[in-house]
Design a protein around this ligand. Structure first.
Ligand code: GLU
Length: 380
């Protein structure tokens, strides 16, 4: 759950897993293309504070294209796709270096992750990206994520990092998503053309009224206006994460949010665990079944993952990442989960000890057939 202080104010301190998205305009000086390194150092100090409070942290950082275009001295105005890709190839190196150094000064280790749309939309790749992020968090590194702009073309790209950050938050079960940019939150109408627009500090649910308030604002450096932030909000709150929109212009913007500074908070509609369970149980069409022995049934109900050794039969034609029905030895459904193996591989390792997986399949696969985090069981 989102951290709450005694006076009921929402806070970042106390959140378990936080995704922080940084807009290009905060990191890169518009005219010169210089990086705002002092600002980044102050942000890294804020992140350190949250990490010391026990939170897992992930950063989604824009800025590659903005940095690269200045380095390559590309003309102002809209870039062609190939130019944006070339700019990202140059800028991403510098961006990652700045993050690595700033986080290092706080004793934090940065890990660069470049994602394309398929990494969050295709279940097979989704499992891979999720496993890597989870491993990085477990060993205490801070993933610094951006879209892999150099290979993403218009039909296969997120296009804006607001939505990318929301997908990451959903994928990794974050309980909070912070969008830092040059806007300080949501107003009843786009404030640039509406001087009477009122600031909204809390949104209980994103309905058509809220969507209508967003307009289509944005700056020339970042793609995401308020509209994409609201789209991101829908993804995040449905996945059980609170979302905060706040200005990142001052130094220590995360600390400012925690001190009650101006921000719009969007309430989560669920918890990350429940949202994930609902997704696995209800929204995915199962592609096959795995039948398990009575020992495995007890192991699953005591919170363990399903190992190949506990499986007695596999049916269906499923791929890695597909949902399958888990049946007990009498053929009754006891739950559902995402399979870590294709049907043919699953059949080959059925009943085998996990230590034999490599010998049988010819590569060292995961030791679980269905990880406990990818499984929902019926009540007994
Ligand atoms: N991925 C882009 C970059 O790093 C930013 C996209 C956005 O501004 O949302 O330059």
């Amino acid at each position: 759950m989102t951290g709450m202080s005694v006076d009921g104010r929402q806070r970042l301190l106390g959140c378990r897993r936080i995704v922080v998205k940084i807009g290009s305009a905060l990191l890169v000086e518009g005219l010169t293309g210089a990086l705002h390194l002092d600002w980044l150092d102050a942000l890294a100090a804020d992140l350190k504070k949250l990490a010391s409070g026990g939170a897992d942290l992930l950063v989604v950082s824009s800025g590659a294209i903005a940095l690269g275009r200045r380095r390559l001295k590309l003309a102002a105005g809209e870039l062609k796709l190939e130019e944006a890709q070339a700019a990202a190839a140059v800028g991403q190196i510098e961006l990652a270096k700045a993050w690595a150094e700033s986080l290092q000064r706080q004793g934090l280790t940065a890990a660069q992750i470049l994602l394309t749309l398929g990494d969050t939309e295709q279940r097979r790749r989704y499992l891979n990206a999720r496993a890597t992020l989870a491993t990085l968090l477990k060993i205490g590194a801070v993933p610094v994520i951006n879209e892999n702009d150099t290979v993403a073309t218009s039909e296969i790209r997120y296009g804006d990092n607001d939505r990318l950050a929301a997908r990451v938050a959903a994928m990794i079960g974050a309980d909070c998503l912070v969008l830092l940019s040059d806007v300080d939150g949501l107003y009843t109408a786009p404030p640039a053309d509406n001087p009477d627009a009122q600031f909204i500090d809390h949104v209980a649910s994103i309905d058509s009224r809220i969507e209508a308030m967003a307009g289509a604002a944005g700056s020339d450096l970042s793609r995401g206006g308020m509209k994409t932030k609201i789209e991101a909000g829908k993804i995040a709150v449905a996945a059980g994460a609170a979302m905060v929109i706040a200005s990142g212009h001052g130094k220590h913007p995360l600390e400012a949010i925690d001190k009650g500074g101006r921000a719009t908070w969007f309430a989560p509609q669920s918890t990350p665990a429940n949202a994930r369970k609902a997704w696995i149980a209800g929204h995915l069409e199962p592609r096959g079944t795995v039948q398990i022995d009575s020992g495995a049934v007890s192991a699953l109900y005591s919170g363990k993952s399903l190992l190949p050794a506990g499986i007695s039969a596999v049916t269906g034609d499923f791929s890695r990442g597909d949902a399958v029905v888990i049946m007990d030895h009498q053929g009754s459904e006891i739950g559902r989960g995402l399979s870590a193996y294709d049907a043919a591989e699953a059949a080959a390792i059925t009943g085998c000890k996990s230590s034999r997986i490599e010998t049988i399949l010819g590569y060292p696969g995961r030791s679980e057939m269905i990880h406990r985090d990818d499984m929902v069981l019926r009540d007994r």
